[in-house]
Design a protein around this ligand. Structure first.
Ligand code: GLP
Length: 236
């Protein structure tokens, strides 16, 4: 894995933008895998303000909360529209449907979408516990899209976006680790002290299902962009 340490999240957003800009200008992107969370917001802003044209590109998002619909302001569908898609129209935007109650049907649909649209570049954030997408510690490295339970620490971390902790959905549909690993290139971003342990584990710990992101060490083309705070525990 390539490691890029930047001063702060703003610098990280620029690095991320440049990576996307380069592959877009080289016409290497048909399918872009996207992430939500606070981490990529600034990069999405730079993309929104750029001259990049995504009208021939398909986007596939990692995950969606179960039980809230597209128009709920905390749904990932809403997040993506507000932070990127309204400014940059794509050929198609795919996210799991958080209101689909037929779990098997929704997971099959999403897995088929990923198979039909192989991801060229996948953007990732990381949870403080090392989750990627919503693949919490213990998730199988062989997993495809599944209904997953959020870890208590994830519910805690995401409570800041909801009125109360009880409003945070307890389940999500998430691309699995194997789905994420099928992307040709992966760029993971992590900012802030809260990500220090996950980043240390990612580079210096064991490759283990206890740290879902550690699967990325088995991928041939991964870049990790961290700010100094997130890199704080690395023995550089
Ligand atoms: C969320 C998302 C992840 C995201 C992570 C970190 O729960 N499911 O895709 O990478 O947690 O979020 P943040 O970027 O806000 O720290």
């Amino acid at each position: 894995m390539e490691l890029i340490v930047v001063e702060n999240p703003q610098e990280g957003a620029k690095v991320g933008f440049n990576i996307i800009n380069d592959v877009m200008k080289a016409n290497e992107i048909n399918v872009l895998g996207l992430a939500t969370g606070s981490t990529p917001v600034e990069m999405y802003k730079l993309i929104s303000e750029s001259d990049l044209d995504f009208s021939d590109v398909v986007s596939i998002n990692l995950d969606e909360y179960i039980g809230i619909g597209k128009d709920h302001d905390q749904s990932y569908d809403y997040f993506m529209r507000k932070n990127l898609f309204e400014a940059k129209p794509f050929k198609a935007n795919y996210l799991p449907d958080g209101l689909e109650t037929d779990e098997a049907k929704e997971c099959d649909r999403y897995n088929q979408l990923i198979e039909d649209n192989p991801i060229d570049l996948q953007i990732l954030g990381i949870g403080g516990n090392g989750h990627i997408g919503f693949n919490e510690p213990g998730a199988s490295f062989d997993s495809l899209t599944e209904k997953v339970a959020l870890a208590p620490s994830t519910i805690e971390a995401n409570a800041r976006f909801f009125e109360t902790k009880d409003d945070v959905p307890k389940f999500a549909y998430s691309m699995g680790i194997k789905s994420i690993m099928s992307a040709k290139k992966i760029v993971l971003f992590a900012y802030g002290e809260g990500k220090q342990d996950a980043i240390k584990g990612l580079f210096e710990g064991e490759i283990t299902e206890d740290l879902p992101a550690s699967a990325l060490r088995n991928h041939p083309n991964v870049t990790v962009v961290v700010d100094k705070a997130a890199a704080g525990k690395l023995s550089l």
